[in-house]
Design a protein around this ligand. Structure first.
Ligand code: FAD
Length: 474
């Protein structure tokens, strides 16, 4: 019998449920496959640096599989529709009896898998696994069997279910017996723009696991105090690995439990605080399954679609370029543009600035983030944007608007983060760093730094009026 493991966003051999199941029968011939779909990725706005991250992990995966006697086949199709047709023929040609894959929950991915199962049903058995989440979508619901719309009760229910569920991590499969040396074909680079990923994120699941281990050993205790400070490396920086499945959430949970056995009891500690973020990740994925409209550019709260967004291409560009004249916003955007990663606090600040100060449609921000992020993930990104825009479930009410100056003062008091990314402000003293033009005027200095693109106090009023008018129109 031939078992085919179709890798998608689960680029690892440890704790991979589909791979593990495919290897259980020692007699089976096991082969693996990855299909690149550049046109589809374009539609999904995938960042060129994320494509590179995938490509490099695919090479690592090919090695790891070959050491276990499993050949990785690689093919490129334009989009999902084409991949279904191609895969059907591939299964025929390779005489595949059983297909193993880990589920993806975004709407196009779900449709693709349903279409595939339909066309190969006669000849191939399909085994799909819930692997990228601690608990499958639909398994954490209210008394009425509905998905929660608010995070805190979701988390409560989630944690009580989690303790009953099997969240053990699975080992990597052992080497197959009686197979010859696996041929390693060169994996052609994807027909997609590929960008440098810098040095912040090492390649390979071992590197990701090491980072996880040292974070849980050495840093997680201080997570609550440090997580909001962009000048400090206080968070795990594991999101790029989780987004493409180089690391599983079970591996995160189990490592956390090993290093901090009291995590579930000590709910005011750093370890619980970190677990809480893993649960946010789950919440957003459960949401897109319960409300697929979230994958279709729709807001969760429908009346918010009546907001009359401003058409302000120059201000949008200034936001993208990190040239808004608000130092914390600009530093954050420049970090994103240069590295593909940004602190969560900063993501909230820049999202609020785009939507609530510039009154620009949140979809512009969502799309731009996707095009830059190394950890781009539809559910988390959409969830974050709709939270910031007050259009989603559990959103901050629309009248809660961040003040970008005071946010900077609170979370980057001495301006260390700002100075690292906005060299034009190098001479501005600490206490003036959040309002550099005031300082420049007082000291008759000329700054090579833009004036604020908008006045926050006025913008705040306009935004409140725009949201109120939209609500009244509904
Ligand atoms: P840690 O603080 O160490 O958290 C551990 C893990 O938990 C993260 O790696 C991530 O997988 C998950 N996580 C943490 N916070 C959140 C959250 N608020 N929502 C969902 N999952 C979370 N995260 C992405 O992975 N991809 C995105 O495309 C993305 N877009 C975002 C857009 C906006 C506007 C906002 C406000 C948040 C977004 N986030 C996104 C969530 C969060 O900012 C990042 O996951 C986090 O900053 C990654 O850093 P870390 O790995 O050090 O996180």
């Amino acid at each position: 019998t031939t078992h085919l493991v179709w890798f998608r966003n689960d680029l690892r051999i440890t704790d991979n449920r589909a791979l593990h199941a495919a290897c259980e029968d020692p007699q089976a011939r096991v082969i693996a496959l990855f299909i690149a779909t550049p046109e589809q990725w374009k539609q999904h706005e995938m960042a060129p640096r994320q494509a590179m991250f995938i490509y490099q992990h695919l090479q690592a995966l090919q090695h790891a599989l070959a050491e276990r006697g499993i050949e990785l086949h690689y093919h490129q199709c334009d989009d999902f529709a084409e991949s279904v047709d191609w895969l059907k023929d591939f299964c025929n040609a390779e005489k595949v009896d059983t297909l193993f894959y880990n589920k993806q929950y975004e709407i196009n991915e779900l449709k693709r898998d349903a279409a595939l199962e339909k066309v190969i049903r006669e000849s191939v058995i399909c085994h799909a696994f819930d692997d990228s989440l601690l608990l499958p979508p639909g398994s954490v619901t209210t008394g009425n069997n509905e998905m929660y719309k608010v995070y805190t009760p979701f988390r409560r229910a989630f944690l009580s279910r989690l303790t009953e569920s099997d969240s053990r991590s699975l080992p990597a499969p052992p080497a197959r017996e009686n197979v010859g040396k696996v041929v390693m074909h060169r994996l052609m680079p994807f027909d997609y723009p590929l960008a440098d990923i810098g040095k912040d994120f090492a390649i390979g699941e071992e590197a990701a696991r090491n980072q996880l281990r040292s974070f849980c050993r050495e840093q997680v205790q201080d997570y609550l105090e440090q997580r909001d400070l962009p000048a400090v490396d206080g968070t795990s920086s594991l999101s790029p690995y989780l987004a493409i499945g180089v690391l599983s959430p079970r591996q995160c949970l189990n490592r956390l439990r090993t290093e901090c056995p009291q995590v579930l009891e000590k709910t005011d500690g750093g370890a619980f605080g970190w677990l809480n973020e893993l649960v946010w990740r789950e919440f957003y994925r459960h949401l897109i399954v319960a409300w697929p409209k979230l994958c279709k550019h729709k807001p969760f709260v429908e009346w918010t679609d009546n907001v009359r967004w401003r058409h302000a291409p120059e201000e949008l560009q200034a936001w993208k370029d990190g040239k808004t004249g608000y130092p914390i916003v600009d530093a954050a955007m420049r970090q994103l543009n240069a590295t593909g990663w940004m602190h969560n606090r900063l993501r909230m600040i820049v999202a609020s600035f785009l939507v609530k100060d510039l009154l620009i449609n949140w979809r512009e921000g969502e799309r731009y983030f996707m095009s830059q992020l190394l950890d781009g993930d539809l559910a988390a990104n959409n969830g974050g944007w709709q939270w910031g825009a007050s259009t989603g479930t559990d959103a901050a009410p629309y009248f809660r608007i961040f003040n970008p100056t005071t946010q900077g003062e609170r979370f980057d008091k001495a301006g260390r983060f700002i100075k690292a990314w906005v060299p034009e402000l190098a001479d501005v003293p600490e206490r003036d760093i959040h309002q550099p033009h005031r300082w420049a005027e007082k000291h008759q200095r000329v700054l090579d730094y833009p004036l604020p693109v908008i006045d926050h106090a006025r913008a705040r009023k306009d935004t409140l009026a725009a949201f109120e008018a939209a609500k009244n129109r509904s």
